[in-house]
Design a binder for this molecule. Sequence first.
Ligand code: CS2
Length: 478
Amino acid sequence: MPADRLSAPVGARPETGIVHFGPGAFFRAFNATFTHEAIKASGGDWSICAVSLRSARFRDQLEPQGGAFTSVELAPEGAKYQVITSIRDVLVAPEDPEAVLTCMVVPEAKIVSLTITEKGYCHEPSTGALRLDDPDIQSDLAGNPPKTAIGFIVEALARRKDAGALPFTVMSCDNLPENGRLAKGVVLAFARARDADLADWIEAEGAFPCTMVDRITPATTEADTEALQTSQGYYDPANVQHEPFRQWVIEDNFVGDERPAWDHVGAQIVSDVVAFEHMKLRCLNGTHSALAYLGYLGGYETISETVADPAYARLCEKLWATEIAPTVPQPEGEDLPAYCAALLNRYQNPSIKHRTWQIAMDGSQKLPQRILGAIAENLDAGRPVEGLSLVVAAWMRYVGGVDETGKEIDVRDPLEERLKAAFDSGETPEAKVDALLAIADVFAPDLAANARFSETVKAAFSGLIAQGAQATVGAYTA
Ligand code: CS2
């Protein structure tokens, strides 16, 4: 290890007020950076204890640096660097679950925040219901040391209730619609399966604000770490690379009103986040998934490469205009056409190397809120569905696991085996689509049974197989 490693500045540091599950790149580029700036601007004991539910990687990177890491902001014209020091501790839950619970139970812990990705909520994507048959949920319910974020939250809340303390606020920062309501739903379902009094107490005393989070943050690569060392002269494997843009809209709903002064450094605190979440999930994440599947199949490695192809840029514009914007009520203070135009600019940022493969991950958990909800509304309203159905077809082609040149695709998805089995079970393209539409975790039965939808997906899927993604996108946008 090089001697010139980044380290946290010595001196007094704020006490821990936040326990955060999911110490990945997005959390560091977003939550930790906002919190660092809020502490600098307005003080407060809001340091973060970051908890990993699985791997020790981030702890091993951050611990030798005293929790400090570099945020690398990548504008097309160059990079800006900031050392972030809001993380005090990093724990690896499977190594010592009790240590995690201890941090969550102390009264100084006021907020438990989450970036655990869609699958971390152990819910059924098409309905939002907690999957009580999930093996980790079952293990947590049986009273073993918790494995899931939900198991940790409910166990820590039970201990706080027994101690006569207040609950903490549970703040979801994942890309899910009404993420606070979803988090509350799964936490209450789990608590109710354990102890009805506990569930009633959480329902009455707890707070689960909804949030909209937005900053494009690709996974850090070794080349990024080397480039940082060349330009800044120190080694920091925990660095994060992100775009300049960020937007955080937070529902004003915290236990005791206690939170860092995030609003002093740009966060918007509002009474209703739903319209913002809806706009972001469908306009940004919806077209991100479109570019991920159609771009990957078309042979493009990153989002900026994909939208450099004019047909793919037009694909985004056509999806926004004809199938997405009509389903998105304009949030207060936002201008939807300008928002979408700015998105295309963000995608074009050549300094951001966001791999289509990375965004293509976990499609079964992402499609319902990004694509399928808008399709269902368009079907009801008699509007077009060809563009978004093409995205569904591209996802189906992708999860088949073989690309257009015959090379294997490294499909990552919690349902990957079921998806592949469904794909392989169909003898014809139409039968493959039918088998995938029958997966109720992803497709609500009403949608799967809609003949206009299934016919449109089948036509797009056959087109993709016959002509490939680039030609199909070209034909759709001609
Ligand atoms: C992306 C998001 O990986 C993905 O699925 O669509 O991570 C996206 O970059 C962020 O939501 C942007 O805020």
